[in-house]
Design a protein around this ligand. Structure first.
Ligand code: GDP
Length: 452
């Protein structure tokens, strides 16, 4: 059942520090045996059934009590890793956890590497690779929307889609290969027109997934927003209004916002990282020059620039031009602030607001979301790509399918078709981890925390 006859590993699974309870994980073939060496309860863990919890004490080598604990028993394959494992709940004090880990190490476990529990879960077919990666995303999600996205991935929404496409290709490829086997007999197992249609359908599905990447990335990683505008247009006031707290200095003196202030806000579950810039403009002042450089960088790195104009000074065409030279103009929102003072002029703006009264801020949020997500209409139930590794594999699969289409069109020999079909099948297999390499696995699991 489990592919491992490996080390028994251990690690603290809860955050370090002081708290109510801390959990230590042990997983591997000797889990029960080793835990029994340091634990005294009513029955031996080795003799207990899976999914049972046991109260008892842990003693050190001198028979000194370390702590009262509860130990949960999971027998393979019914555990997170798919192996025999125990979870020891202790009073949460780093001294206690350390002592217990030391005892476990002395009795035959070794310290788990980052992500090793999840890696074992993957190797024992408890999770596919997409789901394993989703475990890390679930832990690191900071907004409701990103958490929901990660949960969907962990539930297998994307895996299911990828498996479906891959199986359809495997089916097509088996006909092509069968035909190659019977080449001399001139029988047709699959009509080239049908094959072409199937490849096109799968290609379209892959395109949909590729297109979902922007949405998935925005949901997962959030959006960098640079607030740009001439001095006094109300950048800090807007930021403060949004944050409802006063970290940025609101003042009448132009150019006091010399440093770039960053604040993270969640708007409808999407993380917007707001950068208040010092304004892009020529200045003799050395400190300001530094600020200007930083502003330009903030603009270049931004996914979205909010160019703030105000009723007093009107539209700053020069700034708009400068920003347009730095980033694509569809990533700029040009807004008018201070409309509480009355509106003048006929200039066109994306949104009109007052950072003082809050008027128009809701429309600003709506526009920010629109700009960030584009016109995509994915729902909670859509399979969405949010991981660059998955994106790259899908792109490779699409490329291989392009070659398949080419071979069909040019009436090339079935061997060419078969090779590229197989390649596309492998590209998709790489996403869920059917095809993989030690490098890919290391790359994924070393980013995990220890104990997960
Ligand atoms: P910044 O230099 O762009 O960061 O501008 P500030 O946020 O420091 O604002 C400059 C001045 O304009 C301050 O006196 C603010 O109180 C004022 N201000 C900002 N937004 C508004 C607004 O919507 N309406 C009015 N009437 N005044 C505003």
């Amino acid at each position: 059942m489990n592919k491992f006859t490996e080390d028994t590993i251990t690690a603290i699974a809860t955050p370090s520090g002081v708290g109510a309870i801390s959990v230590i994980r042990v997983s591997g073939p000797l889990s029960f045996e080793i835990a029994d060496k340091i634990f005294k309860g009513k029955i031996r863990l080795t003799d207990s059934s899976t999914h049972t919890i046991h109260y008892g004490q842990i003693f050190d080598e001198n028979d000194v009590l370390v702590d009262d604990v509860l130990i949960s028993v999971f027998r393979n394959p019914h555990s997170y890793t798919g192996e025999d494992s125990v979870e020891i709940s202790t009073h949460c004090n780093p001294l206690i956890s350390k002592k217990i880990i030391d005892l476990l190490l002395k009795n035959g476990t070794r310290l788990a590497e980052p992500g090793e529990f999840t890696k074992r879960a993957y190797l024992n077919d408890k999770l596919d690779l997409v789901q394993a990666e989703a475990v890390a995303d679930v832990i690191s999600s900071r907004t409701d929307a990103s958490l929901r996205g990660a949960r969907n991935q962990l539930n297998g929404l994307l895996s299911k889609k990828v498996d479906e496409l891959r199986n359809s290709l495997i089916n097509a490829s088996s006909f092509v290969e069968l035909e190659l086997d019977f080449a001399e007999e001139d029988v047709e197992f699959i009509n080239l027109g049908d094959l072409m249609n199937r490849v096109r359908t799968i290609e379209n599905e892959i395109d949909l997934l590729l297109k979902s990447y922007n949405f998935g990335k925005v949901i997962k990683e959030g959006v960098n927003v640079a607030l740009v505008g001439k001095p006094n247009v109300g950048k800090s006031s807007l930021l403060n209004y949004i944050l409802k707290e006063s970290r940025a200095i609101v003042s009448h003196i132009p150019g006091t916002t010399r440093d770039i202030i960053r604040e993270d806000v969640s708007i409808d579950g999407i993380m917007f990282r707001l950068y208040d810039t010092a304004g892009i403009r020529i200045s003799e002042d050395i400190i300001e020059k530094e600020g200007v450089l930083r502003s330009r960088k903030a603009v270049k790195d931004a996914d979205l620039v909010i160019l703030i104009n105000d009723v007093d000074q009107g539209k700053s065409e020069d700034l708009l031009n400068e920003i347009s030279s730095l980033i694509n103009s569809n990533r700029i929102l040009s807004i008018l602030n201070k409309i509480d003072l009355g509106m003048t002029g006929l200039d066109d703006y994306d949104v009109k607001i007052s950072a003082l009264t809050g008027e128009g801020i809701e429309s600003l949020f709506r526009k920010m979301k629109e700009k960030a997500l584009g016109t995509s209409n994915y729902t909670e139930k859509s399979a969405v790509v949010s991981n660059s590794r998955h994106f790259d594999c899908l792109r490779k699969a699409k490329e291989s399918l392009g070659k398949v289409k080419n071979s069909i069109e040019n009436k090339m020999s079935g061997e060419f078709i078969a090779v590229d079909l197989r390649k596309a099948i492998d590209d998709l297999g790489e996403i869920v981890g059917i095809v993989t390499s030690e490098d890919i696995l290391n790359n994924i699991f070393t980013k995990f925390c220890i104990g997960k």
